[in-house]
Write a new protein. Sequence first.
Length: 197
Amino acid sequence: MSKRTAFWLAWFTWVLYVIIAIVTLLLQFKDDPSSWLNDMFDALILLAFATVGSLVASRRPENPIGWLFCISTLLWALGSLLQEYTTYALITVPGSLQAGALMGIIGHWIGGIGFFLMLTFGLLLFPNGHLPSPRWRFLAWLIAVLLVVYSIPGLAHCGLAGCLFDYLPALSLSLRQFCHRSSPDNRAQSNWRWARQ
């Protein structure tokens, strides 16, 4: 992909996120006006992720972190929009919109994938977009398989989605090992993350 195409694609995802966020905020205001400030704060946090993703993806298209942030933010926002659609269609004004329950299921599924993509691969590939070493491929494949298992809606209702949380402690331990074995440049890039904790 050329740099020009990457630039336009990255900022297109940002604009698309902003449009989805505005529509979601309008629905959230109609559904529950008392929590609108909290919803606005959540949208601004996702806007920060979308902005960072678009900046990284447009300037360094070879780094998957930027694209991961763009895609996972879009999925998370689309899931929120579909869930607000469901709330409006089934609770706020019942029967006003079609397929409310179906949109809720799809929204929960899509939003979950966006959240887990950012949480898992975002941490695993941080800061340079590559695994710390080839030995980490097993964990990356395990995460991919678990995301596929989660993405099957019929299995998600059977409780198999809870297994996603079983590997999160191993992932955080792996980050600690990565910091001890990485080069000084990689450690300097990740120092800001550890300084906040």
